[in-house]
Write a protein that binds this ligand. Structure first.
Ligand code: GTP
Ligand code: MG
Length: 147
């Protein structure tokens, strides 16, 4: 069982796609164990996207992710990280397959609606930027054995 960090970006919140996006993760069979609506601070943004510091798109990425409220979430399940990335689709909505979140709702790489951790290490690192350990909720879903 794995945990992944997922964030609905400011464009997803503004376009009122929170319900639609959460619904896709729920139906997939992943379990929501933490969620928080917040405005990302400069410090959190820089920590989150540290790997992209110095790249040409970095300043606009930081500006965008801090531009309005986001929904930070932790989802748990078998291979949650890869399943999360598959639900989200490729970075550039032009390349994201129909049926993925970016493929269905986005048209621009800078407004691609949602973030998903890309490895176990990033997932743990990103979860720690936005959540205290006590904010992750441990519970059993009745459907668990059917998924
Ligand atoms: P995240 O889930 O947001 O981390 O996206 P990703 O993992 O699919 O892509 P990556 O981590 O490589 O890049 C982070 C974000 O920077 C992307 O979501 C894009 O918004 C932006 N980005 C990445 N690569 C490019 C690029 O080549 N050009 C531009 N303009 N933006 C980029
Ligand atoms: Mg990434």
């Amino acid at each position: 069982v794995e945990r992944t960090f997922i964030m609905i970006k400011p464009d997803g919140v503004q376009r009122r796609l929170i319900g639609e996006i959460i619904s896709r993760f729920e139906r997939k069979g992943l379990k929501l164990i933490a969620a928080k609506l917040l405005k990302v601070s400069e410090e959190q943004a820089r920590a989150h996207y540290a790997e992209h510091a110095g790249k040409p798109f970095y300043p606009s990425l930081i500006e965008f992710i801090t531009s309005g409220p986001v929904l930070a979430m932790v989802w748990q399940g078998v291979d949650a990280i890869q399943h999360g990335r598959a639900l989200i689709g490729k970075t550039n909505p032009l390349e994201a397959a129909a049926g993925t979140i970016r493929g269905d709702y986005g048209i621009h790489t800078n407004r691609n609606l949602i973030h998903g951790a890309d490895s176990k290490e990033s997932a743990e690192r990103e979860i720690a930027i936005y959540f205290a350990p006590g904010e992750l909720v441990d519970y059993e879903l009745a459907q668990h054995h059917w998924i």
